[in-house]
Design a binder for this molecule. Sequence first.
Ligand SMILES: CC(C)(COP(=O)(O)OP(=O)(O)OC[C@H]1O[C@@H](n2cnc3c(N)ncnc32)[C@H](O)[C@@H]1OP(=O)(O)O)[C@@H](O)C(=O)NCCC(=O)NCCS
Length: 189
Amino acid sequence: MEFKKLCKYKDGDILNFMEKMEILTANPSDFEAIKALMLEALQNDPTAFSVDFDNYSKNSNEWWKNYLFGYIHGYNATMLLTRTGNEIAGMIGILFDSNRRRSHVASIVWFYVKSGYRHNGIGKKIFEEAMRVIKGKPEIRKITLLVNHPQEHAIKIYKDFGFKIAGTLKNELIINNEPVSEYILECFV
Ligand SMILES: CC(C)(COP(=O)(O)OP(=O)(O)OC[C@H]1O[C@@H](n2cnc3c(N)ncnc32)[C@H](O)[C@@H]1OP(=O)(O)O)[C@@H](O)C(=O)NCCC(=O)NCCS
């Protein structure tokens, strides 16, 4: 098994998870799991995203329903989840722009693998699947994403898949009272 080879030094639980792991498109029954995973991502990796746990944890369930609607109903968006049964290890979101002038652009968002599952190739695998989904849409010519400095593991994956840094939004965010720059990455398909 491809994954078994990748994680031969890992313990049995991870091996078991990865052997049976599937990458599935989220549907409405995943609402609670995605909400929990997003909040976990914001809490555990507070420097990785452009929004923060304090804001999002206070949002109402109605807000979450609106926010996740597109992802779980496949309306101008897709969310891919890596899972074995009910256990989810990671996610990646894709946004498709309905604006005619940007209908050739897809954006990648919410790329996250739970810390206990990292360094086993799950991130690359789910990213690869997102690229496959995007490339399956002939109208898409370009993929963009934003990544905070210095998320080097994420940036390495993006570069491995052909993304290039197109610019820097200097001190775009304030995280823990510190200015943080964001890189704009793009990939032409
Ligand atoms: C980025 C992230 C999704 C990667 O998930 P992952 O499952 O660990 O990724 P992989 O195991 O597929 O690793 C991909 C590459 O990164 C490298 N890498 C990952 N973690 C690493 C680490 N801690 N140290 C060194 N290299 C690392 C791997 O070596 C691999 O490169 P290789 O294929 O050349 O060996 C995960 O680290 C994460 O969720 N980070 C926090 C959230 C985040 O930064 N998201 C991006 C927001 S834009």
